[in-house]
Design a protein around this ligand. Structure first.
Ligand SMILES: Cc1cc2nc3c(=O)[nH]c(=O)nc-3n(C[C@H](O)[C@H](O)[C@H](O)COP(=O)(O)OP(=O)(O)OC[C@H]3O[C@@H](n4cnc5c(N)ncnc54)[C@H](O)[C@@H]3O)c2cc1C
Length: 503
């Protein structure tokens, strides 16, 4: 039976997403359910985490939340993908647009990708988002004084995590909040389930289901005994120093995340409407935080003010859902910021959780845990792929090159013989969005890991698909180039959301 009382601990992005999504699912399913959020004003949220995937927009639509209002209230910007600079080699850049043109091309396989690779042309050319990104455009055009979407794809956002959390909170319906700190758990002597939480004020909070969104503190799931599966030996970076940069007045705001490879890691640069959220995420086995700061100041040509020093113990829980406690967000897993997998993972896991809460038995728990573990393991391999580079200019890049996991080496060997397509990735439960071919191919292409000759060979064996793909690729590239010209500029679009200040 759907739990009558759900207690979410933590008021960061994960906590508010959990409260909203589970409360909404209960209402839609006609399940009587009280949702309470316990958050502590004495403990801040993580304060970084500004890039999303398209899932976040789908979530806004699901709740009937207004995108323009969200963008205006949170200072968010549009994200069409990630610009990867200096990853393959210094001076080289490639983009990872997040739309999938095969959705409109109507082909059984990703023949557009295969065709582009066979021609030695970037796969991005057939992506609407690549053209919008190139022109610093928004995803909307003005038609008869109305703003209309320029294409059928979901874009993503960049936002200030604290403002987005505040806005989500303002939209949450019928959720009780308590400002207090969880200090202990009471557990049933036989089942081991949590029966109540003990708070600093002396209060007790009872519920049937407890959601741990306490970030790296893991205040609930830690004492429940779930263990941490470490990825430190597979992922190269483990420390982050965030900082902000001003956006010079009049400068166009690029609708993409910049992921800029450095000597011992990479720097993110994420535009919100008021500033760039940036940070250097690096390996502290190769440089100290002071050296990282000096390196980034050298690259940027001016001093930066470091806002935090975050240690990353990359990994995930072996069981996110144990007894009647589910961990979500940073308390359940974290890898590193590349590809913005964290908030995406939380939203997808909440969709999974909501689908089984009407019957939260052992089977549901096992299925949820297996799906969540697979999701994070797949993210890990996808992130590790980005570090397959020709760079050998620093000890970091030489070490990274010498430590390619066998599983990834095998996949790369297979993908050099065949451009990966939908059949090479197992669909995620409930067909929820996951790291499939449409995210892998631009990265593999950008890193030079696909083979034009094998793509040509495949097309030669499928002449009908080859002809269709050639026609579609040319038509889409032309259509999308024109569409991008019609789209409103990104900065102009963002300014139009604030009519009182727009000039
Ligand atoms: C360097 C870095 C960069 C990142 N970049 C991205 C990105 O670009 N895209 C992305 O998707 N994700 C990113 N992330 C991850 C993202 O920040 C998180 O997924 C997201 O902010 C959710 O965090 P959270 O809510 O789980 O935890 P937090 O934001 O840490 O919130 C924890 C909450 O728990 C409360 N709390 C803690 N202990 C207690 C207690 N005992 N009692 C009561 N309340 C308690 C706190 O008050 C707080 O409200 C990044 C993370 C890092 C470290």
């Amino acid at each position: 039976m759907w739990p009558r009382r759900i207690c979410v601990v933590g008021g960061g992005t994960a906590g508010w997403l959990a409260a909203m999504m589970l409360g909404d699912s209960a209402r839609r399913g006609g399940h009587p359910c009280e949702v309470t959020v316990i958050e502590s004003s004495k403990i801040g949220t993580i304060g970084v985490g500004e890039g999303t995937t398209a899932v976040f927009r789908q979530m806004l639509q699901h709740f009937g939340l207004n995108e323009a209002e969200f963008l205006a209230a949170t200072g968010a910007t549009i994200k069409f993908g990630i610009r990867h600079r200096d990853w393959r080699r210094k001076g080289h850049s490639y983009d990872g647009p997040i739309d999938d043109p095969h959705l409109v091309a109507g082909m059984a396989v990703n023949a557009l990708d295969i065709y582009q690779v066979s021609q030695g042309e970037s796969v991005g050319q057939t992506h609407l988002f690549q053209h919008l990104l190139n022109g610093n455009r928004s995803p909307f055009a003005m038609v008869q004084d109305r703003r209309v979407p320029i294409g059928p794809y979901h874009h993503a956002f960049h936002f200030d995590q604290a403002l987005a959390g505040k806005w989500l909170r303002s939209k949450a319906q019928a959720i009780a909040t308590i400002d207090d700190q969880v200090q202990g758990l009471e557990r049933h002597p036989e089942t081991g389930d949590i029966t109540a939480l003990r708070l600093e004020s002396g209060a007790r909070v009872e519920a049937e289901l407890f959601i741990d969104c306490t970030g790296f503190r893991r205040a609930l799931i830690g004492p429940m005994g779930s263990t941490w599966v470490r990825y430190g030996d597979m992922l190269p970076v483990n420390r982050a120093i965030p900082f902000w940069l001003d956006i010079p007045p009049g400068e166009e705001i690029e609708p993409c995340t910049l992921a800029w490879a450095q000597g011992s890691g990479w720097m993110w640069k994420i535009p919100t409407q008021g500033r760039y959220g940036c940070g250097y995420v690096f390996s502290d086995a190769h440089i100290t935080p002071d050296q990282a700061k000096a390196e980034i100041e050298g690259v940027l040509g001016h001093p930066v003010e470091i806002r935090n020093d975050i240690r990353i113990d990359a990994g995930r829980l072996d069981s996110q859902w144990t007894h009647n406690c589910v961990a979500l967000g940073l308390s359940s897993s974290f890898l590193e910021p590349l590809e913005a997998t964290s908030i995406h993972g939380t939203v997808v896991q909440l969709m999974l959780l909501a689908s089984v809460l009407a019957k939260p038995d052992d089977r549901a728990r096992a299925a949820f845990n297996a799906a969540a573990a697979r999701q994070v393991d797949d993210f890990r391999d996808f992130i590790r792929l980005h570090y397959v580079s020709e760079r050998r200019d620093t000890p970091f890049w030489r070490d990274v090159a010498g430590s390619l996991p066998d599983t990834l080496a095998e996949k790369l060997a297979a993908w050099a013989r065949k451009v990966p397509g939908p059949g090479d990735f197992v669909p995620f439960p409930m067909d929820l969005p996951h790291t499939d071919h449409h995210l892998h191919v631009p990265v593999l292409d950008g890193l030079g890991l696909l083979n034009a000759q094998t793509a040509k060979g495949w097309l030669a064996a499928h002449p009908k698909l080859r002809a269709d793909a050639r026609r579609s690729a040319r038509a889409l590239a032309t259509e999308y180039r024109l569409a991008a010209r019609r789209a409103i500029g990104h900065r102009a679009f963002l300014s139009s959301l604030h009519p009182e200040t727009a000039s």
